[in-house]
Structure formats: C-alpha cells, structure tokens
Design a protein around this ligand. Structure first.
Ligand code: SAM
Length: 282
C-alpha cells in the first residue's frame, strides 16, 4: 500500500469479480486485507468473497440509498488516518455503481485515491465483441420508458464510436425492437451475457437476427446483459453526407421540407426523425 498523504488515510477503489470468483488480482486481495475498513455495496455479497479468500476485515454498508450519509462517515475515517476500500457487488466501483461523490470529496480534501484495477463487465464485453474497440462510448443502462429509450437511441444513431449499453432481461426484446426501428434491422450488434459465468454467451450478429434468436428461447434473455453496438459508418463518410443532402435539396425544390425529409429518408434507408435533426443541424 502506498501512503502519500500522511495526514489522512487513503481511499482504495477495489475491483472485484463480475462472476467467476477467481477473477481478482493479488493486489485487490492484499488491499481488501490491509485496509482498515471495507465499504461494500452489499455486505453479504462481499462477505462471501472475503470468506473465499479467507480475509477477515470490517465491512460497512455503502450503496446508492445510503451513499450520501455514509460519505461523511467515510470521510471522517479517512481524516482519522485510516484506510478505506470501496467495493461494489461486481466489477469496478463507480462504473454504474456508487462512489463518485466520495471520490470527488477526497480530491477536494487532498486525500489520496488509489484505483486497484480489475474486472469491469463493459470492458470484458467490448474486448470480446468483435466490434471495433479503437473508440467507444459507454452509456450505462437504457432508460425504462419507451419515450426515453427512443430519445436516447435517436441521439446515439449518429454516434461514430462503438456504443456500450446495459439492459435487463425483462426489457431486452422491447429495447431491441425500438433499436431496430431507429438503427435499422441490419445493424451489427454483440449480445454479451453472463460473462465469466456458466451461461456466458458472446454473440455477434445483426439486430433482426438477435431479436429472432432471443425470442425463440426464453432462457436466452436471462442473466446480466451488455450490448455492444457498431458505430454509424454511413453518416461519417463525407460522400454519403453529400449524397443525402443532395437528394434532400432536389426533393425540397418540389415539396415541403417535412415531405422532402420523409422521401429522402426512404431513399437512403434512414430514420426520418434522425434525418430531420441531422438536416436541421447542417
Ligand atoms: N461496476 C460493474 C462493472 O464494473 O462491471 C457494473 C455494475 S452495473 C450496476 C451492473 C450491470 O453490469 C448489469 O446489469 C449488466 O448489464 C452488467 N454486468 C455486470 N456483470 C456482468 C456479467 N458478468 N456479464 C454481463 N453483464 C454484466
């Protein structure tokens, strides 16, 4: 353990397994042993991990419901020169898990924050997706309401980086159907589920095929899911930009803007709402 700021303890952001209990680094185990206290998203869940590695340490609860209250407590412990380790139920804390506020506070108070890197479901998924990994964006969970899902996906339609999103078993088909309407049924997508667990599935396919495959057997949707979606290559290419705009300009000479957009979107196989926004931006 490094101790830089001798007037306070250090805050450790400790990554833990995302399924297979053996996916943990030596350093994570060492840190879980050596910190003065572990702040865990779920005490029982973390106890199982500690028991497996024969670690005995004090655990306090730290989750999205009590985070604000617990931040003060953790800060006090750190200011008391004690070391605290944050763990979530799986993977890297703060990645769609609590911890951001305490990390922010620590930076403000000059308390050393040390990451102990390890598993992260999003990174495991993209690295095995077969979809380009050079540039990507992480969008977290898809919203629950249809209107919000549409809004999110319409915004992502223009994304020219690979997109990582999380979705739950019970909503996956609904979301994929909306996605298919916006992105087109031939969009390349990788369905990554239960990574490092018994039912691990990494399937690269097209949207329409994925929907069909998932619908054909209910158990296929069960488990923890990540979707890796291919970037928009169409609109990035300058020639295609120009082509779309050219069509639009010609049609617009004869018809009102909204009809011209409808016709242009049909010709170029694009979602009309997106084309509308796209044209307005130009
Ligand atoms: N902090 C975690 C990480 O670094 O992986 C992510 C936490 S987020 C609350 C939980 C979501 O991550 C799940 O709903 C699922 O979408 C994804 N996830 C976590 N573990 C997974 C796994 N083993 N396989 C596939 N997706 C997983």
């Amino acid at each position: 353990m490094h101790k830089k700021n001798i007037n306070t303890g250090n805050l450790y952001i400790i990554s833990t397994p995302i399924g297979n209990i053996k996916d943990i680094t030596y350093r994570s185990i060492e840190t879980l042993k050596n910190v003065d206290i572990i702040a865990a998203e779920n005490i029982n869940h973390t106890k199982k991990l500690l028991n497996f590695y024969k670690i005995k340490n004090k655990i306090i609860s730290f989750n999205k419901n009590n985070e604000k209250k617990k931040n003060e407590k953790i800060l006090k412990i750190l200011l008391n020169k004690k070391h605290v380790g944050i763990v979530s139920n799986a993977g890297t804390p703060l990645i769609n898990d609590p911890g951001y506020l305490i990390v922010k506070k620590c930076h403000k108070k000059n308390i050393k924050v040390t990451p102990i890197p390890g598993p992260c479901a999003a990174i495991a998924a993209i690295s095995s997706s077969g979809i380009q990994t050079k540039k990507f964006c992480y969008e977290g969970f898809v919203p629950k309401k249809k209107k919000k899902i549409k809004k999110m996906l319409e915004k992502l339609y223009l994304e020219d980086r690979t997109i990582i999103i999380y979705e739950t078993s019970n909503r996956i088909i609904k979301t994929l159907k909306i996605m298919s309407k916006i992105f087109g049924k031939n969009k390349k997508i990788t369905f990554a589920k239960e990574i490092t667990k018994i039912w691990e599935t990494i399937k690269k396919t097209k949207l329409k095929k994925l929907i069909k495959w998932l619908k054909s057997k209910k158990s296929r949707t069960k488990g923890e899911i990540i979707l890796i979606i291919d970037r928009n290559k169409k609109l990035k290419k300058k020639k295609i930009y120009k082509k779309i705009l050219k069509t639009f300009k010609i049609v617009k000479n004869f018809l009102p803007t909204s009809t011209a957009i409808k016709i242009t979107s049909k010709i170029h196989d694009l979602n009309k709402n997106i084309l509308y926004k796209y044209i307005l931006k130009k």
